[in-house]
Design a protein around this ligand. Structure first.
Ligand code: NAD
Length: 395
């Protein structure tokens, strides 16, 4: 692959804009890649967004139909940032055209769609990337180093929760996320896919689950004007049904029989985006909370003079940190995780080595999510089917 890479971004909502900024940041933060990434084409169905793509975001052109973007000879790689129901058809078109793609989680509206996407990429021999951005946080990468070096001793158990308030208000808009057809599952696909990936990345595969779901808000106002991400919506007086779950509680067994618990909510009043993972071992423990993403809480060794957690702030000794900040304790942000993800995608494309989170990783998380839904419906433990393909979480 030449070092000049033309990029196409399908859908310029929250994530599409973030992917675009990620690509723009590669040259500055990862100069050694010597990658000349050009924003060639953007696709969105909203005319004002297409105008902004060219006028403000630096794309050479913008199109209404994703097929025109994928067929564009100057587009070498594709970002797929559409609502979930479009993931499969766009990804299959990119795979058919032989173009590597970076797709947002949860990769389709169910595990069958995730599987189709993963197999199409595998059969086409493509490099891929998935929006598992929390993996790239310096504190998470450091946590993984600590765990893999055996410094927590024998791993006893794991806790992970993703408790958010983005849908806490019953007066919030009905969006594509609330429909089984356009979103698939609710908080399970939206947040728990991240939690599953984090735990698989840090500790190991989720092998079986026992889950319980809850839905508390059953209808919402239909928007008169659509926003970006979770904000900017204008509401009408009409209401429509919410079709998927607001809450998930889940027990799990990880590889090696390690017990774990997971929880996710999109309707909590209090926590804003409290995404936490805790790993407990015989010789120590660690905890990371996205709301304080630059910190790692760490306790290494028993019987210390000052037992208990110490808060360690990210600095140059944490992976990726000094690419963004020259001084310890100076915070990195959400966008930086996506710049790292963009760079890992482009490095994977340039080298032919899958460094970025892969479609197999996302299919694997989708199988956990679907096992959770099955378990909640049946009231019994469910095994999680294994997936094929190149997994990077255990690499
Ligand atoms: N990695 C993360 O942390 C993270 C965070 C948020 C969202 N996501 C994922 O990113 C994806 C997009 O979410 P979002 O929050 O950016 O959504 P959004 O609602 O902000 O944006 C969706 C965009 O898709 C466009 N669109 C709709 N139909 C289209 C079509 N037929 N062709 C082209 N564009 C079309 C809309 O006009 C809009 O610009 C979802 O899969 C979501 O799960 C990931």
């Amino acid at each position: 692959m030449p070092r000049d890479i033309g990029v196409g971004v399908v859908s310029l909502g929250w994530m599409g804009r973030l992917h675009s900024r990620g690509y723009r940041g590669i040259r500055e933060h990862f100069p050694e890649l010597d990658a000349r990434v050009r924003l060639v084409s953007a696709c969105d169905t909203v005319p004002a967004t297409r105008e902004a793509a060219v006028g403000e975001m630096g794309f050479a052109r913008a199109v209404e139909d994703y097929r025109a973007l994928i067929e564009d000879p100057e587009v070498d790689v594709v970002s797929i940032c559409s609502p979930n129901f479009l993931h499969r058809e766009v990804a299959l078109a990119a795979a058919a055209a032989g173009k590597p793609f970076w797709i947002e989680k949860p990769m389709g509206v169910n595990a069958a769609q995730s599987r189709d996407i993963a197999l199409a990429a595998e059969q086409a021999g493509l490099i891929t990337s998935v929006g598992f951005n929390y993996r790239h946080t310096p504190a998470i990468e450091k946590a993984r180093e600590v765990i893999r070096a055996g410094r927590l001793g024998r791993l006893y158990h794991v806790r992970c929760w993703l408790i958010a308030d983005y849908a806490a208000s019953p007066d919030g808009p009905l969006t594509w996320r609330d429909s089984r057809t356009t979103g698939g599952s609710g908080v399970i696909g939206d947040l728990m896919s991240h939690g599953v990936d984090l735990v698989q990345y840090l500790v190991g595969r989720v092998e079986s689950v026992m889950a319980n779901t809850g839905q508390f808000i059953t209808e919402r106002p239909i928007p008169a004007k659509v926003g970006v991400g979770h904000s900017g919506y204008e509401l009408s007086d009409e209401k429509g049904p919410v079709e998927n779950e607001d809450y998930l509680g889940m027990l799990a067994r990880l590889d090696g029989g390690i017990p774990a618990s997971f929880e996710a909510s999109r309707v909590a009043v209090g926590p804003r985006a409290e995404y936490v993972v805790e790993v407990y071992g015989s010789e120590g423990s660690l905890r990371w909370n996205f709301e304080f993403m630059n910190d790692l809480e760490l306790c290494l060794g028993r019987g210390n003079e000052f037992p208990g957690y110490t808060r360690v702030m990210a600095g140059a000794n944490f992976p990726h940190f000094s690419r963004f900040q020259p001084s310890p304790g100076t915070s990195m942000g959400y966008d930086d995780m996506k710049t790292i993800e963009a760079a890992q995608f482009i490095e994977s494309v340039l080298t032919g080595r899958q460094i970025a989170p892969s479609v197999a990783d996302c299919w694997s998380a989708a199988e956990v999510n679907e096992a959770a839904l099955r378990s909640a419906a049946l009231g019994i433990w469910q095994p999680v089917p294994e997936v094929s393909g190149l997994l990077t979480y255990d690499a």
